[in-house]
Design a protein around this ligand. Structure first.
Ligand code: HPA
Length: 266
């Protein structure tokens, strides 16, 4: 853990990024917008959690987007890979240790809201941790009792909505429900998700948001919708579809983020 922060510090501390961006499945193209990049394969970073999921590159990219220094984690490990909801903790702790203050989380998701379609982007306003897992189980201090009333920072959300308007891109708002995966949901689970108040479903982001709030990072998060939830169209879901559709919404999200970053950086 200490090693990871030290290794990151050595390679990118001079850039002093205050904003980190975690990329979801198939969203690797967001790194194309980075100017003057420093690229570090996760394999070169001791203790960096590595995902074995296809569509997740596995590198840190530090550089400027819209004049703002950011550090991108291109590839994230998921709960379903090893059954550890805190799998991303070392990475988030290292980001905190090098001075990051704001965490932008992205993911690919299924929509359970008929008004939110594949290729579109949804700003996460709130979440439901339906997996029942929590990355802070086992944490010993009172700091584990993290308030989640405004987990998704209101000021940062407002900045994203203004940025989308400037970019001329639609940006839905909604609730993200975390299923453990890796199997997709059943049609009955998707109907349940809708009844319980979800707009999108996915297999990531929620444990990272909880960990980030625990660490005192401000969080803003967005889903790129790659498909309607199981049973809505009748078509079978697949990871191949996620990877194929994600770049379309990813390009939209990249345009919104480019507009938002100067504002987020304050
Ligand atoms: N469900 C869960 N995760 C997903 C989906 C989905 O329909 N699409 C992309 N990631």
């Amino acid at each position: 853990m200490v090693d990871l922060a030290a290794a990151l510090r050595e390679r990118i501390e001079a850039r002093a990024p205050k904003i980190a961006l975690v990329l979801g499945s198939g969203l690797g193209a967001l790194v194309d917008a980075v100017e003057d990049p420093i690229r570090i394969p996760y394999a070169d970073l001791p203790g960096m959690p590595r995902s074995a999921v296809s569509g997740h590159a596995g590198e840190v990219v530090a550089g400027r987007v819209a004049g703002v220094e950011i550090v991108i984690l291109s590839g994230r490990i998921h709960y379903y890979e090893a059954g550890d909801p805190a799998a991303m903790r070392p990475a988030l702790e290292a980001l905190k240790a090098i001075g990051v203050e704001i965490l932008i989380l992205t993911n690919a998701a299924g929509s359970v809201n008929p008004a939110i379609r594949p290729g579109e982007v949804m700003l996460i306003e709130d979440h439901i941790a339906f997996s029942g897992r929590n990355p802070l189980i086992g944490e010993a201090s009172d700091a584990r009792f993290v308030g989640m009333t405004t987990a998704y920072d209101e000021t940062l959300r407002a900045a994203m909505l203004r940025a989308a308007e400037r970019a001329g891109e639609g940006l839905h708002r909604g609730v993200y429900m975390w299923f453990s995966g890796p199997s997709f949901e059943t049609p009955a689970e998707i109907r349940m998700a809708r009844v319980l108040g979800a707009d999108a479903v996915g297999m990531s982001t929620v444990p990272e948001t909880i960990l980030a709030r625990f660490l005192g990072l401000r969080v803003v998060a967005a889903s790129v919708v790659t498909n309607m939830g199981a049973g809505i169209t009748g078509a079978e879901l697949s990871h191949a579809e996620t990877k194929e559709v994600a770049p379309q919404g990813g390009a939209r999200l990249a345009r919104i983020l480019a507009q938002a970053l100067p504002d987020l950086a304050g």
